[in-house]
Design a protein around this ligand. Structure first.
Ligand code: SF4
Length: 80
């Protein structure tokens, strides 16, 4: 897996040095992510439909979950 660097410091998986410590992440289009369940994440990536984006502004990290949120348990992503 490539190193993933991220500047979203209120994410449960974020760590010092702008390092993402999630075991897996799922990047998706904003349009799909907005209507998808919190339980659908990288661990179910084969179920995610492909889609096109015109720019990075139309994509997001579906794995984001706010630090302290109960939603950290909604998928099977592990914080390394
Ligand atoms: S899960 Fe996504 S938003 Fe959270 S630290 Fe990793 S890359 Fe950033």
């Amino acid at each position: 897996m490539p190193d993933v660097y991220c500047s979203v410091d209120n994410c449960h998986y974020w760590s010092q040095g702008n390092v993402c410590r999630a075991s897996q992440i799922l990047v998706a289009t904003d349009a799909w992510a907005e209507q998808a369940s919190e339980a659908i994440d990288a661990t179910s990536h084969m179920e995610v439909p492909t889609a096109s984006a015109d720019s990075c502004m139309e994509t997001c990290c579906k794995t984001f979950v706010a630090e302290g949120s109960a939603a950290t348990k909604d998928d099977s992503i592990i914080k390394n």
